[in-house]
Design a protein around this ligand. Structure first.
Ligand code: SAM
Length: 322
């Protein structure tokens, strides 16, 4: 099964790399055709297991797609709740790195009252601000811990690692945290694929999304030179040499090519998917079964037996909204 998973993802990765090399990116028709042709089998697998992907609000790279990412996060939270809700365990530990205010983690804590939910971020300021502004009670099973995901000191064995947008290498570090700490599940949405391997450059193109990403990376570039923001977003552990993440992808691409893909990713779902499918194969190589669609992963450790049940089907669910 894992071999099948890896083969399907590698075939998709090679197909999308082929489109990239031929310059079939950015134009909406090329993006749609490329994604449907090469990532289609992975999408079908996801849809079979988790019907209800909010495709109407994910119309390829655009401000609209960015604006409605919350729909995908809500849908992902449904999957998390259904996957973990039946475990019946006070022993269920959910870790949410790069949580900012912790809103998703608190929501999960309320919906999974028997689980322990630990939200982490390198920057505790947002959490403090939330507490100050709200002055309310937090769910009893929710905690915030200041933690650098590139060098985590969190002494936990999480059941599930979840995140809802983690920029570039922060996604890779959170994925590796799930792998190295023995998590059964990784359920997440990646973002800012341009920021892998220490990259802050964007291929300049017309359009608001491109301008937004260039502005963001101007800010990230400035942060990187400030001692106050040491450890934020970038790490030597995730330098260009750390890419591709998977062994198998090293036979089909190079670090230089993936960094070029990253620079094009602001305007291209094909480029984002290339970076994500390398992550997919990395997870399969580390023993996970993986489903992927629209920058979202649901991965379950294959070796796990006994109390964990497979991620549940969302069949019959009407819709998920924030
Ligand atoms: C794009 S936001 C993540 C979005 C978020 N998941 C949400 O709920 O909307 C990026 C967050 O990553 C955090 N971050 C940056 N570098 C980090 C690191 N090394 N370890 C942990 N968090 C980090 C930032 O402080 C920021 O809160």
């Amino acid at each position: 099964m894992a071999a099948d998973d890896a083969a399907t993802a590698l075939t998709a990765l090679e197909g999308l790399l082929g489109e990239y090399r031929q310059g079939n990116i950015v134009a909406p028709s090329a993006e749609r055709m490329g994604m449907e042709q090469h990532a289609g089998p992975l999408t079908a697998r996801w849809d079979e297991r988790f019907p209800g992907f909010p495709s109407d609000t994910f119309p390829y790279t655009s401000f609209r797609g960015q604006h409605y990412r919350g729909r995908r996060d809500s849908y992902l939270k449904e999957i998390i709740v259904e996957s973990l809700g039946g475990r019946g365990g006070d022993a269920t530990i959910i870790v949410n790195p790069a949580c900012v205010f912790g809103r998703h983690a608190r929501n999960l804590a309320s919906r999974l009252p028997r689980a322990t939910v630990v939200a982490t971020d390198i920057d505790p300021g947002w959490q403090r601000l939330y507490r100050l502004a709200r002055m309310g009670r937090l769910p009893a099973n929710y905690t915030f811990v200041k933690d650098d995901i590139f060098d985590s000191h969190l002494d936990l064995e999480p059941t599930a690692v979840v995140f809802f947008g983690a920029c570039g290498a922060v996604s890779d570090a959170a994925i590796d945290y799930a792998i190295s700490r023995g998590a059964t599940f990784l359920m997440c949405r990646t973002c800012c694929h341009d920021n892998i391997g220490g990259n802050v450059a964007i291929t300049r193109r017309p359009g608001g999304v491109n301008r937004f990403f260039r502005f963001k990376n101007w800010a990230y570039g400035r942060m990187r030179t400030s001692a106050r923001f040491a450890g934020f977003y970038f790490s030597d552990r995730y330098s260009p040499r750390a890419y591709p993440r998977s062994e198998a992808a090293r036979d089909v691409t190079t670090a230089d090519e993936l960094l070029a893909v990253a620079r094009d990713s602001a305007d291209s779902d094909i480029c984002r998917a290339i970076i994500d499918l390398d992550r997919y194969v990395h997870l399969v190589e580390k023993g996970f079964g993986v489903l992927y669609q629209g920058e979202m992963f649901v991965a379950e450790r294959k070796a796990q037996t006994g109390s964990s049940r497979p991620a549940g089907s969302l069949a019959g669910r009407q819709s998920a909204r924030d």
